[in-house]
Design a binder for this molecule. Sequence first.
Ligand code: ADP
Length: 436
Amino acid sequence: MLKFWGRPLSLLGSLSLLGLVLGWMTTPVVGLSIYSAILLVLVGYHLRQLAAFKQWLAHPELESVPEGSGTWALVFSALRQQVKLRVQIQQRLHQELTRFERGWEAMPDGVVVLDKHGHVEWCNPKAQEHLGLDPQRDAGRQITNVVRQPAFVSYLTHESVQEPLLLRVNRVQPLLLSLQMVAFGETQKLLITRDITDLERAQLMRRDFVANVSHELRTPLTVVGGFLETLLDMEDGALELGQMRQHWQIMLAQSQRMQRLVEDLLTLSKLENEDHPLKDEPFAVVALLELIHREGQSLSHGRHTLHLQIDTPVNLLGNRDELHSAFGNLVSNAIRYTPEGGKIALSWQVFADGKGVFSVTDTGIGIAPQHISRLTERFYRVDRSRSRETGGTGLGLAIVKHVLTRHQAGLHIDSELGGGSTFSVEFPAQRIRALE
Ligand code: ADP
């Protein structure tokens, strides 16, 4: 404070003293005139500082705060401090806001901020994707003018409803959304959108799976139960031992079918179990393929010609038992879907880019193109009765696919109806090891 008043007061005091001395030495009029002239110069100086201040107010940037001199230097320095503080607060607020917006943007759910009349104030990218909102075009618009489904409009008008609304929308692909309105701030509302398409699909798959398993088990159980009832109702000695044997044979075949189904189901559930991580170990491809070749020959009972060709003997990093089952499944399919006299070729190659490929080619019945992408779905079969007649469960390729996914390997199916099929398994280079 003393710094502020000290100089101007001492200047005014000195000036008044000078005026008095001059008035005393000359005449009072001369003294007063000189005193007034100096005061005018002082007023001019202050006006100039004020003009600089006013000019700065038009563009109040930190860098352009005037320097000033004397008392004004103190005023402008205090002003610079204030502006600096304001800039820092603004920067902090901006950073907070950016962080807040980034948080909303990274959310897997959609968020729309609505005012009390339901006008869009802000929305994150997921909400744009879910509801087809455009933040520029739709800012300030009634949300019901953008999302017009009657169920949604009625949901917005019944604010007391707490249950989320399920809404089907057609975007790039059809989506099932779960929408929930939440009160926000004084009068605003948050509309949260969640994509539950995959969840619904998973539930549907689970329902289908249970229905399929029940259906698959019902037939053999009915056959076995029916035979047992007939046998029980028969009088002693009504059937000869040979006839009895025929019945038992049918029952045995049906119980074996159930057994295969249960075994495949257990294999699938084991593969899907997250507590069952893959146990990797390098093993010789040659020994495994020779074993599979021999097993194929025994399964075929000489009805097909099986040929094995190994171009590059290497070690493969993976789980030998799981891959034995997956490769064996492909060979058994080739045998089952190739009529007698057909040829089946098993081959192993390592390509220049380091990838290893096992393929099974048959000259069998082939597959029409529309079925190919669905073959690895559980219980998907092109010809149900043919699959059953040959002992299939409809789960073989689903198991193969699971095993291969665990090994980061891909399955490629190349087939032509009536022209045979090739099933190839491609392993990434990091799973191929040279023989020690
Ligand atoms: P399945 O127990 O019915 O053989 P998979 O999952 O092993 O079940 O195979 C699914 C379906 O794919 C089979 O039902 C069959 O229609 C078709 N398929 C699989 N392998 C072949 C093949 N080598 N040739 C022709 N069709 C095949």
